[in-house]
Design a protein around this ligand. Structure first.
Ligand SMILES: Cc1cc2nc3c(=O)[nH]c(=O)nc-3n(C[C@H](O)[C@H](O)[C@H](O)COP(=O)(O)O)c2cc1C
Length: 318
């Protein structure tokens, strides 16, 4: 009995500590290094530009405020911290100008961006790793793991055609090869093909604006909470669930399909609404949604989303 009470008390105290840790280190915290915060903020905003350009039919002059923000924030940014946000922003701005030139559109904002880019050419020589690039679904499916990893990108130009449920199960079976703690396999996956239900779920998620109509196949990945007990395990549903979700995206890619992970960074109210709309049991923690389907074309434009050099994120300890 005492043991059980201690576990219950532990869950509350760990939740408080989670909150304290989050408050101390979250992206708004004044206690976090300014350059680190700027790094993430610029990347997040620059991604909205590259993502907009990767849509099947980008709106002319979209995201004016974001663009002004990125230019101002990048001008204040310390390049010594990491050049990646600059590559990503300049590449996205360059692609934005080129996209409008191809569309025959002129606007003072485009001249302003072009002038801004000129000022950067000396500071950070081209080619800038940003904007969009082509992702090929032509030919053979990826033959080895390195190729498979390199050939996955978030695809936001999908065909809404429902895929064969048997093949979807095959992809799920491949994803089940993901490791899980003690092999407990708490991950669950809910697959949807009913257009009305998918639109209801996507509206609650909110991150697929601009391509929601092209989604005809949707996964919600979840994890059974009852697989985890005690304060030390409070976040494990997310760890196992995310490993499963990653394998599921790679499995889909191996079947020749495109995927786009969709965040479920949501509060309890929205999580309950998604559970209700998706017929998902209350005891499952939602990990993420994944839009999937055949790519709209064999050559699909995707957001560049450059990666940091490995040495920037690695610490090789002696
Ligand atoms: C957990 C998670 C949530 C994401 N949520 C969204 C989303 O809501 N909408 C979206 O368009 N992309 C979303 N993405 C895709 C990321 O923007 C993308 O993975 C990142 O830019 C790297 O690009 P890549 O997937 O093409 O390699 C999400 C990715 C992850 C891992």
């Amino acid at each position: 009995m005492f043991d059980k009470l201690a576990k219950v008390a532990g869950i509350f105290s760990e939740a408080l500590r989670d909150a304290a840790l989050f408050l101390r280190f979250n992206s708004y915290s004044p206690f976090v290094d300014k350059s680190k915060r700027a790094f993430y903020k610029i990347i997040i905003e620059a991604h909205t530009i590259e993502k907009g350009l990767s849509l099947p039919d980008p709106k002319l002059l979209f995201g004016k405020d974001k663009i002004r923000f990125v230019m101002a924030a990048l001008s204040r940014y310390d390049l010594q911290h990491s050049p990646v946000p600059a590559h990503m922003s300049l590449g996205a701005l360059d692609a934005y100008v080129n996209f409008h030139a191809r569309a025959g559109k002129s606007d003072p904002l485009l001249d302003e961006i072009a002038g801004y880019l000129k000022t950067w050419e000396a500071k950070l020589p081209k080619p800038w790793k940003g904007g969009t690039r082509d992702c090929s679904f032509d030919g053979q499916p990826p033959g080895n793991l390195q190729h498979l990893l390199a050939s996955r990108s978030s695809i936001r130009a999908l065909r809404p055609t429902p895929l064969d449920p048997e093949q979807i199960l095959q992809a799920i079976a491949l994803a089940q090869l993901a490791p899980s703690q003690c092999n407990r396999q708490s991950s669950r996956v809910h697959a949807y093909q009913d257009p009305a239900r998918i639109q209801e779920l996507l509206a609650l998620q909110g991150g697929s604006r601009g391509f929601a109509d092209s989604v005809g196949n949707l996964f919600v990945v979840s994890s059974e909470i009852c697989a985890w007990g005690g304060p030390g395990q409070r976040n494990q549903a997310y760890v196992d669930g995310s490993l499963f979700a990653m394998c599921l995206m790679l499995a889909c890619r191996s079947m020749g399909w495109g995927t786009c992970p969709l965040n479920l960074a949501i509060d309890h109210k929205t999580e309950s609404a998604i559970r209700r709309a998706g017929g998902i049991p209350a005891g499952e923690r939602l990990i993420m949604m994944i839009a999937f389907g055949e790519p709209l074309a064999p050559e699909t434009r995707v957001a560049f989303s450059p990666r940091r050099p490995a040495a920037e994120i690695a610490t090789l300890h002696a």
